[in-house]
Ligand binder design. Structure first.
Ligand SMILES: [Fe+2]
Ligand SMILES: [Fe+2]
Length: 199
């Protein structure tokens, strides 16, 4: 299950998203919600203009490297072995590799590569800190963790909005503090956005 296989190249982001929907519906739905949440956060933080109109599509592609992970592993209910964890973590690099040759996917590539980096440097794949992490990836990191905690998955129940906010507040060192503040102040808008796209 953990043998490495490089992702098959594509020529458009639409092709990649269609492949993700066919490969793993949960990850595709997660990606749609994360994109809406990231755009809502960017608008409320006043940084949407800096990122341009591609943020939504770019955020939708943040986990595109999971195309290279077998669905059985994506659905695994038990704990992961060290090899499986490494395989999961490689979706950042694989996503960036898939997006690199596609015209107009520069932001998407940066987000795919860096959305698991953490403000305090404890993330992966490069251990980047603070503003060294691209802004788009810092936004998606918040949206990603929110959705990962709220949404039920094959292997866990989802948590409530207040529970997720409390957890993210405890995890505060991993997030851009300014963006986290906006996220918590505008939490009602975040909850509305999640509920709207949740289906
Ligand atoms: Fe990811
Ligand atoms: Fe994700």
């Amino acid at each position: 299950m953990t043998s490495a296989s490089p992702p098959t190249p594509a020529t458009t982001t639409a092709e990649l998203l269609a492949r993700l929907a066919a490969h793993h519906a949960d990850t595709h739905q997660h990606s749609l919600r994360v994109a809406r949440l990231a755009v809502a956060l960017a608008e409320n933080a006043g940084v949407a203009l800096r990122l341009g109109d591609k943020l939504g599509e770019a955020a939708q592609l943040h986990d595109i490297g999971k195309l290279a992970i077998p669905a059985a592993l994506l659905n695994k209910t038990g704990g992961l072995s060290a090899g499986e964890r490494t395989r999961f973590q490689r979706h950042t690099h694989d996503g960036a590799t898939l997006l690199a040759p596609i015209a107009g996917a520069v932001l998407a590539q940066a987000i795919a590569q860096n959305h698991h980096e953490r403000w305090d440097g404890s993330g992966y794949p490069s251990g980047l800190c603070r503003e060294a992490i691209p802004l788009g990836a810092r936004l998606v990191a918040l949206a990603d963790v929110y959705d990962a905690l709220r949404a039920p998955r094959a292997y866990k129940d989802g948590r409530t909005h207040p529970e997720v906010l409390a957890t993210m507040t405890r995890m505060n060192q991993q997030f851009d503090p300014n963006l986290l503040t906006v996220f918590l102040v505008k939490e009602a808008r975040i909850a509305q956005t999640y509920d709207k796209v949740q289906s």
